[in-house]
Design a protein around this ligand. Structure first.
Ligand SMILES: [Zn+2]
Length: 300
């Protein structure tokens, strides 16, 4: 059977490794790793999320995630109010709620049948899939897509839609699992992040940067930064530590409960410890779309 061509550069694929009944392929030309499955298979598994995924969201997404998203939304908005934000793959709205706190006008997009329930509950607008939403060009100040690009059958086309929808000088923030992470390099992580066909794209820092260099995308980018972050064990560590600190205990130098200070410290450990050597659990990308104002300076 022929191996599917690379979804980034259309180069020929070679067998990389078998995961369950699926094969991952590696592009001979650009080194991108992807699941050797059809677009239809990817659609079938990724756009029919039921109640099990809903419960998974609620169990896995902890207050650590909320603090992490607080940090992202703070860095992206830079204190500006009234920004128009779209979160692709918004799930239960955890990230959008952080943007709402910062006075943003919030839109989400998520194929899950239960996504509308959360949109109504928290008061943001749920749009159809970005490919079908008919968005006006240059309409959002910020577009975020955390842990979504690994699920998309056609990443270039998807990113083109994002690039078109963000305003000139606007920001795009993406995260994906890091296929170059230490546990994956050592073949220690099997099920969680290496999970075809649901996860069909396996980016490393190098292949993610290469995605941004493709024709039809690179022309619209004035700044990008890609780096790895995160360690996978953070939730377990937090659960272990937080059990030992009663919620009522206050720290001596601050009125903030110790639990919050602990979380803040863990967020920093989580973020920075994944950075050296690009071995972190995830990759994040900051992108600024070409600005009509050449003197605009971007500060991360
Ligand atoms: Zn390729």
């Amino acid at each position: 059977m022929t191996i599917k061509k690379c979804p980034i550069c259309n180069g020929p694929g070679e067998k990389e490794r078998q995961v369950g009944k699926y094969w991952l392929s590696k592009c001979h030309d650009c080194g991108f790793v992807y699941a050797d499955v059809s677009d239809e298979q990817i659609e079938q598994v990724n756009f029919n999320f039921g109640d099990s995924v809903k419960h998974h969201y609620c169990e896995v997404q902890s207050s650590i995630d909320a603090l992490w998203f607080e940090r992202i939304s703070s860095n992206l908005t830079q204190g500006k109010k009234g920004l128009k934000v779209l979160d692709i793959g918004c799930g239960n709205g955890l990230l959008l709620r952080q943007f709402q706190k910062r006075g943003c006008v919030c839109f989400g997009s998520d194929p899950s049948p239960w996504a509308q329930e959360y949109a109504q509950k928290y008061g943001y607008t749920l749009l159809p899939r970005i490919e079908e939403a008919g968005l006006a060009p240059n309409s959002f100040d910020i577009i975020t897509a955390t842990s979504t690009l690994e699920h998309v059958a056609r990443p270039i086309e998807h990113l083109k839609y994002i690039m078109a929808a963000v305003k000139e000088g606007g920001m795009i923030y993406l995260t994906v699992p890091n296929y170059g992470s230490l546990p994956i390099r050592l073949r220690l992580v099997k099920g969680r992040l290496v999970d075809p066909p649901g996860h069909c794209n396996y980016f490393t820092a190098k292949t993610l940067k290469n995605l941004f260099m493709q024709k039809g995308i690179k022309e619209y980018i004035s700044y990008t930064r890609v780096r790895s972050y995160g360690i996978p064990e953070i939730h377990a560590v937090y659960r272990l530590l937080s059990k030992k600190i009663p919620t009522s205990v206050k720290s001596s130098h601050d009125s903030m409960p110790k639990r919050i200070l602990l979380k803040r410290a863990l967020i920093n450990i989580y973020y920075w410890s994944g950075m050296p050597f690009g071995f972190g659990d995830k990759l994040e990308a900051w992108i600024v779309k070409n600005s009509a104002f050449p003197h605009q300076v971007f500060i991360a």
